[in-house]
Design a protein around this ligand. Structure first.
Ligand code: HAM
Length: 429
């Protein structure tokens, strides 16, 4: 007998996963809360393609970033174009803003989006290769109040969904006026300590000196702590702007930590940058989101000089915390009626009736694949509906349906075309 070939066990690609039914209630709750709140804050939804021209990320996110250097999923189309699965949302939203003429509408333009992002990272707790972000971007307003409002949005959202142990770390990266002097001071400082730092930092000195402050290597820490801080080099305008952001946060009573080593892993930032952390004793801080101002990016991608600010939240990490913290989800759908069907004819007629009940605004549940009346009434009971409708063989032939009061057990037969009115009458009582 030839040996049977072992069937391959299929698995989701490394770092990617299925979001299964038990988890969906958390995702729905989070996305709905974020979407409703964003609308209340005056944001409008935008959806951009998951694939964009690779060049957009090279120019937008930045050539020297890890995201572009190591983490992009890029592909070549049959036509020879190079496209990349978006590793973050901001460049695509800027492109959409420019391509669709939003720059000539009254400013500011406030947009929100959510969806999957893709980064070829080493998977670990809270780090996926396909993950989901909810983001906000504001175009056309340089005001510090918007930087603060975006941080306020995050804290407000976390309050709504019931997550409390949060903090925000904040820094300013200055602008093209003041950053060069800081860059020089930082490089001078590191140049004297070149033989004490890790090889990665020596590379950073050449490629992207600000990223020196991102180093996690043990031996670089004492050097990093003593390094010059950007806030000491801010020009008057950036200094004033940063002070204003902090004053707004004080006013909002949002606790923040000034972190002069915060640089963020994307190249486009100017002025304010921030990261929101989940603080739990004994647990590594988890970044739930981050963002900042990027006043040069629209111009760099071909538009007029346009100030902009935004942020993105990591939804996978937030859902994980919602589960861990037993966040209350509120009830599922609040069914009013349960439709019980019996026999072939009853099943047939009940599909149509189900649709009519829904159209009439009566939230109706069913269990169409079950045949026993007992099993169906048990589910109706569990759902706590006030009435069950029973549509059997006889009722199907007569064009009637039985209304059963689930509490008293009293049953009454009514014509099918009158059932909506009859139910509404009973609900009014
Ligand atoms: P980001 O800091 O790269 O910023 O990502 C924002 C958040 O996405 C992170 O704080 C984290 O919660 C989540 N995240 C990032 N990578 C992963 C991953 N591999 N697995 C799970 N979650 C992850 C941005 O993407 C910018 N576009 C934010 C922005 C918008 N700045 C201005 N506007």
């Amino acid at each position: 007998m030839p040996k049977k070939k072992k069937q391959k066990e299929w698995q989701a690609p490394k770092g990617m996963r299925d979001l299964l039914p038990p988890e969906q209630a958390f995702w729905d709750r989070l996305i709905k809360a974020a979407q409703d709140l964003a609308e209340d804050y005056g944001f409008q939804k935008v959806e951009t393609p998951i694939l964009e021209d690779t060049e957009l990320f090279i120019k937008g996110t930045g050539q020297t970033t890890d995201i572009v250097g190591k983490q992009m999923y890029s592909l070549r189309t049959a036509g020879g174009a190079s496209l990349t699965l978006r590793p973050e949302g901001t460049p695509g939203v800027v492109r959409a803003y420019l391509e669709n003429g939003m720059a000539s509408l009254p400013q500011p333009i406030k947009l929100f989006y959510f969806g999957p992002m893709f980064r070829y990272e080493q998977p670990q707790a809270g780090r996926w290769r396909q993950f989901y972000q909810f983001g906000l971007e504001v175009f056309g307003d340089p005001g510090a109040v918007l930087d603060a409002q975006i941080i306020q949005f995050c804290f407000h959202l976390f309050k709504i969904i019931g997550l409390k142990k949060l903090s925000v770390q904040i820094n300013s990266l200055g602008c093209s006026q003041c950053r060069p002097a800081y860059r020089k001071a930082l490089l001078d400082y590191y140049r004297y300590r070149k033989n004490k730092i890790c090889p990665d930092c020596r590379r950073r000195m050449k490629e992207n000196p600000l990223r020196l402050l991102d180093c996690k290597e043990e031996k670089c820490q004492p050097i990093k702590v003593q390094a010059p801080a950007m806030v000491d080099y801010l020009c008057d305008e950036c200094n004033k702007h940063f002070k204003e952001v902090l004053e707004f946060l004080d006013e909002l009573e949002i606790p923040y930590f000034l972190n002069s080593a915060l640089v963020r892993g994307l190249d486009y930032y100017t002025k304010t940058i921030f990261e929101i952390f989940w603080d739990e004793e004994g647990v590594n801080q988890i970044a739930l989101g981050g963002g900042g101002r990027y006043d040069n990016l629209v111009k760099e991608l071909g538009g007029k000089p346009t100030p902009a600010v935004g942020m993105a939240l990591g939804l996978d990490r937030i859902v994980e915390l919602m589960k861990k913290e037993n966040v209350r989800l509120g009830g599922g759908p609040n069914f009013k009626v349960f439709l019980v069907q019996l026999g072939v004819m009853g099943k047939k007629k009940s599909l149509k009736l189900f649709e009519r009940l829904h159209q009439a605004g009566l939230a109706t549940a069913e269990s169409i694949s079950r045949d026993s009346i007992k099993a169906q009434l048990k589910i109706a009971d569990k759902l706590g509906v006030k009435f069950a409708l029973i549509l059997g063989q006889q009722e199907a032939l007569d064009g009637t349906v039985i209304i059963r009061d689930m509490q008293s057990g009293v049953q009454e037969t009514v014509p099918q075309e009158k059932v909506v009115d009859e139910l509404k009458k009973r609900f009014k009582k």
